[in-house]
Design a protein around this ligand. Structure first.
Ligand code: B1M
Length: 214
């Protein structure tokens, strides 16, 4: 079995320490960080997701897999940081109110930090007021919202409205993402940018900051 398959298999079993060791071994063997992330960690998480959908595994299984995912991802975080010129910019990020999924949000944060952006992590279950208050008080150029539930993605519309209410809509960009979110939904709620994955989110954030979002 390849080391990437081993990472995926052990992640599915929630064996966090084994996943950590295997990820370290993969790094030491010279495997590319993106390959470890995409074909090891995320591949395992995808399988767990499918099984969860079919009721073949349950919340505790998913939680231990998520823990293993986060531990493995922490090891490759420094390697995802790109060499060369770093972008300047400040961003706040969080998973929207009512939603506790944070793996995707953490990846987006990781990629953005890798591009040199300063990222304020508001965690999960973040109220629209909190995003806006943070953006104002900390001078963020971008508010980033993640949602994994079809029910909670609606909160993103409230973030846009809250930003309008606070008169910061011309100063702060709003970026959205997460599995159920789409480009059409982004247009519908008047957010500035939808991206399907963490890497493209980081690229878009850098572009906004370079264009002078603030
Ligand atoms: Co949840 N869950 N979950 N869950 N869970 C999903 C999302 C679900 C699709 C599973 C399913 O039924 N197939 C389903 C949602 C259905 C729906 O709304 N349509 C679901 C459900 C129903 C629930 C509960 C309601 C279950 C219950 O209690 N009955 C409950 C809700 C709790 C709550 O939030 N209030 C719940 C709970 C949980 C756990 C706590 C057990 C755990 C979360 C642990 C954690 O995050 N720390 C969990 C997990 C892990 C999942 C699945 C299996 C995996 C999600 C994940 O982390 N994927 C998921 C099934 C699936 O997606 N296949 C599922 C990996 C992650 C890297 O992907 O977050 O999409 P993702 O991020 C991607 C992109 O979307 C993008 O970048 C990342 C990749 O590069 N991205 C952005 C994300 N945010 C972005 C922001 C951006 C740009 C891109 O810009 C700002």
């Amino acid at each position: 079995m390849s080391i990437l398959n081993e990472i995926s298999e052990n992640l599915q079993k929630g064996k966090a320490n084994v996943v950590k060791e295997l990820v370290q071994k993969a790094i030491d063997d010279g495997l590319d960080a993106r390959e470890i992330l995409d074909h090891g960690l995320l591949a395992g998480m995808d399988i767990i997701g499918e099984k969860f959908k079919k009721n073949e595994v349950f919340v505790p299984d998913v939680l231990v897999a998520a823990r293993a995912m986060n531990m493995g991802a922490a090891l490759i975080k420094p390697l995802l940081a790109e060499n060369g010129a770093k972008a300047a910019g400040k961003v706040c990020i969080g998973t929207v109110k009512g939603d506790l999924h944070d793996i995707g949000k953490n990846l987006v944060k990781m990629m953005m930090e890798g591009k040199g952006l300063e990222v304020i992590d508001l965690g999960t279950n973040v109220a629209p007021e909190t995003y806006v208050k943070t953006a104002v008080e900390q001078g963020c150029q971008i508010i980033c919202c993640s949602a994994l539930l079809t029910t909670t993605m609606q909160v993103m519309a409230d973030v846009v409205k809250e930003a309008e209410k606070a008169n910061i809509r011309d100063k702060v960009k709003i970026m959205i993402g997460g599995a159920p979110v789409t480009e059409a939904f982004c247009r519908q709620i008047g957010a500035d940018k939808y991206t399907p994955d963490a890497a493209s989110a980081a690229d878009a954030a850098v572009k906004f900051c370079q264009e002078g979002a603030a």
